[in-house]
Structures are given as structure tokens and as C-alpha cells.
Design a protein around this ligand. Structure first.
Ligand code: PEP
Ligand code: MG
Length: 607
């Protein structure tokens, strides 16, 4: 599916290339990371290569034909190898669909058509192949025959294979791009985003993704303005177009006219000044006008973000998403490697604590050293603690590294995706056993480590009275809690309008979790993305939250917000809101409150 979109994108790109219209286009998506970027487009496709198109000279014809021939032969060989491995494995000749691929490649018509494009139209081999394959694919698409139209995917697959051989897999990495650019892609993997160099990549926009997709989270962490879920931006731009990415409001403007450009340059200046203004509060205490204190901490994914938490005035790391240490590599990190990174975090943040969340792989966080495949519903599947309990080697290695690293400062271990108290009991027993082994081996570890549970599944929220007795604190993962409460995939841009943080079910559930935590004398934190939204943060404040943890970049704004209002007023607001029947009324009431008490925080659109 994604791949066919990818080829369609090629086709549209070609058309743009030929017509080269510079029409201003405004698109609306999901604001993923604040700030405004104005620059030139660089297209990054998920297959990591772009089809070069250029005319060749007569004396290059022979070489170009040979190049195509070599790529075709190489593809055939590769395919035969795959075919053999596959048929050996499944031992079912009927399922040998690679045979059809081989037959297509052997079809002299394909080869002749491509060579004709080269010799008659002087197109380079990639362009010639692209044209021929597009024609085939379009013809298949137009047939009313289901069998034939389903073969489009096969042709796309073959086109990709030959193309990558022609290009000698000239893999483009985001870190390789030259100059400054705004990245446009169908989608980006969290590891692509983590690879971004902020001095080169000034913003990005994608067709897919939601506000709480991990790609969006990483872009916020790195302070790169971004808009996601634009549905078809990748088919509307071409390389080098001028573009504005407004990560505050979720708007992208391709080829802006002069007036728009001027307006956005002014907004960009305003936002920069606003950000500078916010930085003035960074060393101040997050305390309301009537002296209620809230701890503000940072969420991190990669070690480079530790400094950002400190620089933005965070008091600790409230969520260390440790899984990112496993995603952009092929081998599992060793205990020593993990220990080094964890110790660095603990020592840098000291005297504040680090909350290490244990490996939360699965869902959209797959790949690299952890291979989880073949699940129909990955977000409801083999994720996080479910994976760790089945993989004791990986889990124990990580837990040991955390136990030892915390010896150099303060912090806790937090377990993600808890759906029942039994999981916590199991983890506690594993940790106790590991501690015993460390004692036997005479290895130092921190004896005062606290254990926390993430509350992000409704079953955990509804059994908080039981869970709270087993842990030292809870942290509400609103990203998942919303997705599981409302049954709305957090990454699916088609239904992103249903991902409604202000839904009464979500608001009531969060209030209940906080109340139950306090009834059991433990702290309640929020570490989902909602903690960084002024409209939501004032509600959490009114519910009596103890700690809010967010992308480092958001800490100053929430600190300033807390310092601008009274806790007693937010409590009254929450009482009102809990009686409201729908999200629109809840948002209106909260908006009214902010407009009256702290209007400067309403510069973003609320939807
Ligand atoms: C959450 O679900 O809110 C959370 C903080 O965890 P993650 O976004 O990593 O799933
Ligand atoms: Mg989560």
C-alpha cells in the first residue's frame, strides 16, 4: 500500500517536474513540533533514493544500455536466490509468486521498451525504466480485472528492485544532506528523525503520522518545527520548492507568495522572541500564584537531549524512553553500553532524578536490534512489558544497567504498558532477584530505587486502587491512554480528528487516576504529550497533579503558565469541566478560562 503510494508519488513528481508550476498551495495537517521553518524542500522518500532524470548524449547511449542490462541481470540473479530460499522454506510450489516475477523480468518486451526509451528519447536508464514501468502499472490499474489490478504491487516491487540496482543503492541518509532544507516525506521512522542534524534540517512535513507518533515526539525533542498527517504533501511538492512549515498551527504553505512570506517571517520573529521571553523563567520555580508547586521534568529519547532538559530548566528526567537505544542498530546494546549511557544521564541530572522507563518496543517502535513482525494490530500486541517478560535476557541486561547506573545518583524504574497488577508483581520479583545476584557478585547498585507503573491502558486506570499499593508512583501516558480509551490509533492521520484529549472519558479517567494515587499516598505524574499543552496542563494542575514531564522545549512555557495562575481557580475549572458532556464544551470552558487568566498562551489554534 505504502509502496504504491510511493510510486504514485514518483509519477506526480515527474508531472510537476515537467510542468514546473509555482502555484501557492496551503495544506493543513497536525502540528507536531512548534516553531516556524521557512526554506527549500528536500524530498526524502522512504525507499531512500530519488529517480534521477536527465538527457544523455549520443556517445553515452551504449554505456547507458549496458548499465540497464547489468541492473536487469543482477535483479534476475537476486530474485532467483530469493525464490530458492523462499520455496525451500515453504515447500509449496503453488505459492511461488517469485516465478511470475522472474517471468516478467525475462519478458523481452520489458527490456526492449526500456532500451527504446534510451535510444530514441535519450533518457538516462533510471528515467527510461521509470517511464516504462509507470505505463505498465497505469494500464494494469485501469483494467477492471481484479487479478490484473492486484499485480500492480508485483510490478512496483520489481521496479524498485531494478531501480535500486541501477542506482547501486545510493542510499540517502538524512544526515548526508547538504545545506539547509525542509524535509518532505510520506513518512519518517523515529530513527530517521533521531538522525536529523538541526543545523541542516530546519523543519519537516509528512503525509502520515499523528501528534503522538514517535517521529513527532522526537522532532519536538530536537526542537525541529514539523507538521505531520498532511495526507498528500509528498505528491504536491518538488525538490527545491520554497516552503513554510508552521509547527504551531499545523499549516504548510508551498511556494508562498510575497505577502504570505512576509507575514510568516513576522510570525517567525514573534515566535523567536516569545521563546526568548520564555527562557527568562527557566531558572524560576514552577509554582502557582497561590504557592502550589508542580515538578516539571523532561522526556528524553536519546542522550543528546539530556542537556536540553537542563538548559530548559527541567528538574529531572521524568521519562527516559530507553527503547531508542535499540532502534537504530542491528545488534543489542550490551549491559556495559547501556550502563555508560544511563550513568551519564544520572550524573548529569543529579541531584534531580531520572525515571528510566524499561524497554517499550513494539507498536510503531520496531526495527533495529529488536525484530517484532507479522502482527495485525501491533499497538494491541507484543509490546513493552509483554515483550520484556518473554525476553528475560534482554530485560535483565537492561534492568542490571539501570540498577547499577542509579548508584551514581537518583531515580526510578518505570514499567510501561501495564494492563494488570500481576505484571508489576512479576517485575518486582525479577528486580529483587537481580539485586540478590548483584550482592553475590559484590557489584554496587542503588538500594533506594523506586518502582513506578505507567498508566496508559484503561484496565490499569480502572484498577488503580490495586496497582497503587504495589508501586511508589504512577505516570500517566496520555498518548496511549487516549488511543486505548477511545480506540483511536494514535498514528493514523485518517482518524486523527477522533484522537480527542478533551473527551470526557479521558478527562474523567485522568482525574480518577490522580485521585486514586493520592488516596494511596503516592505521586501521580503525566508524561504523555498532553502535559505540554497549556489547555490540558491547567486541567491537570486543577486535578492536583504532582509532576508533569514533557519535551524539554516545552518546559519553559508550562512553567510560565503555572506561574501565571492560581491553583484554586484551576480546581474550580476542573469541577466545572467534569460535569460537561462533550469535548467541545470542555475545550470552550478551558479556553474561556485561559483567555481570562493567561491569554498569551493562546497563540496556537485549538481544534
Ligand atoms: C504515552 O503513551 O503517553 C507515553 C508517554 O509513552 P509513549 O509515547 O512512548 O508510548
Ligand atoms: Mg505509551
Amino acid at each position: 500500500m505504502i509502496f504504491s503510494k510511493y510510486l504514485l508519488y514518483y509519477i506526480t513528481m515527474t508531472n510537476h517536474h515537467i510542468t514546473n508550476k509555482k502555484r501557492m498551495i496551503t495544506l493543513n495537517g497536525i502540528a507536531a513540533s512548534p516553531g516556524i521553518a521557512i526554506g527549500k524542500v528536500h524530498i526524502y522518500d522512504e525507499e531512500k533514493f530519488i529517480v534521477p532524470k536527465y538527457k544523455i548524449e549520443i556517445h553515452q547511449l551504449q554505456k547507458e544500455m549496458q548499465r540497464f542490462d547489468a541492473a536487469l541481470e543482477k535483479t534476475k540473479k537476486e530474485l532467483k536466490k530469493i525464490q530458492k530460499v523462499f520455496t525451500d522454506k515453504i515447500k509449496n510450489k503453488k505459492l511461488d509468486f517469485f516465478q511470475m516475477h522472474v517471468l516478467i523480468l525475462d519478458d523481452p518486451f520489458l527490456k526492449e521498451s526500456v532500451l527504446l526509451q534510451i535510444t530514441e528519447n535519450y533518457k538516462n536508464a533510471e528515467w527510461a525504466l521509470y517511464d516504462v514501468m509507470s505505463k505498465y502499472i497505469n494500464t494494469l490499474k485501469e483494467t477492471k480485472n481484479d487479478y490484473l489490478s492486484e499485480r500492480v504491487a508485483d510490478l512496483l516491487d520489481l521496479a524498485k528492485k531494478i531501480m535500486s540496482n541501477l542506482l547501486k543503492k545510493r542510499e540517502k541518509k538524512l544526515s548526508d544532506i547538504e545545506g539547509k532544507a525542509v524535509i518532505i516525506a510520506i513518512n519518517l521512522a523515529p530513527s530517521d528523525t533521531a538522525d536529523m542534524d538541526k543545523s541542516k534540517i530546519i523543519g519537516f512535513a509528512t503525509d502520515q503520522g499523528g501528534r503522538t507518533s514517535h517521529t513527532a515526539i522526537v522532532s519536538r525533542a530536537l526542537g525541529i518545527p514539523s507538521v505531520v498527517g498532511l495526507e498528500n504533501i509528498s505528491s504536491q511538492v518538488h525538490e527545491g520548492d520554497e516552503i513554510i512549515v508552521d509547527g504551531n498551527n499545523g499549516t504548510v504553505i508551498i511556494n508562498p507568495n510575497k505577502t504570505t512570506l512576509r507575514e510568516y517571517n513576522t510570525s517567525k520573529d514573534f515566535f523567536l522572541k516569545y521563546s526568548e521571553e520564555l527562557m527568562k523563567v527557566k531558572t524560576l520555580v514552577p509554582v502557582t500564584l497561590d504557592k502550589k508547586k508542580v515538578i516539571l521534568s523532561g522526556n528524553i529519547e536519546i542522550r543528546e537531549e539530556i542537556d536540553a532538559v537542563i538548559n530548559n530548566g527541567g528538574c529531572g528526567i521524568g521519562l527516559f524512553r530507553t527503547e531508542f537505544l535499540y532502534l537504530d542498530r542491528d545488534t543489542l546494546p550490551t549491559e556495559k553500553e547501556l550502563f555508560t549511557i544511563f550513568r551519564e544521564a544520572v550524573e548529569k541530572i543529579k541531584p534531580y532524578p531520572v525515571i528510566f522507563r524499561t524497554l517499550d518496543v513494539g507498536g510503531d517502535k520496531v526495527g533495529g536490534a529488536i525484530q517484532i513482525t507479522g502482527e495485525e494490530n501491533p499497538f494491541l500486541g507484543y509490546r513493552a512489558i509483554r515483550f520484556c517478560l518473554e525476553n528475560p535476557d534482554i530485560f535483565n541486561t537492561q534492568l542490571n544497567a539501570i540498577l547499577r547506573a542509579l548508584n551514581y545518583g537518583n531515580g526510578s524504574i518505570m514499567i510501561p504498558m501495564i494492563s494488570s497488577v500481576h505484571e508489576i508483581i512479576k517485575v518486582k520479583s525479577i528486580i529483587n532477584n537481580l539485586k540478590k545476584i548483584l550482592i553475590e557478585k559484590n557489584i554496587q547498585y542503588n538500594k533506594n530505587i523506586k518502582i513506578g507503573a505507567m498508566i496508559e491502558i484503561p484496565s490499569a486506570a480502572l484498577t488503580m486502587d490495586v496497582i497503587a499499593k504495589e508501586v511508589d508512583f504512577v505516570s500517566i501516558g496520555t498518548n496511549d491512554l487516549i488511543q486505548y480509551t477511545l480506540a483511536v490509533d494514535r498514528n493514523n492521520s485518517k482518524i486523527s480528528h477522533l484522537f480527542e484529549p478533551f473527551h470526557p472519558a479521558v478527562i474523567r479517567l485522568i482525574k480518577e487516576i490522580i485521585d486514586k494515587a493520592h488516596n494511596n499516598k503516592i505521586h501521580a505524574h503525566i508524561c504523555g504529550e498532553l502535559a505540554a499543552e497549556p489547555m490540558a496542563a491547567i486541567l491537570f494542575l486543577g486535578m492536583g497533579i504532582d509532576q508533569l514531564s514533557m519535551s524539554a522545549i516545552a518546559i519553559p512555557e508550562i512553567k510560565k503558565l503555572i506561574r501565571s495562575i492560581k491553583y484554586s481557580d484551576t480546581k474550580i475549572l476542573v469541577e466545572k469541566v467534569l460535569r460537561l458532556k462533550n469535548s467541545i464544551d470542555i475545550k470552550n470552558e478551558t479556553y474561556k478560562f485561559l483567555k481570562e487568566k493567561a491569554p498569551e498562551f493562546l497563540y496556537k489554534d485549538i481544534t
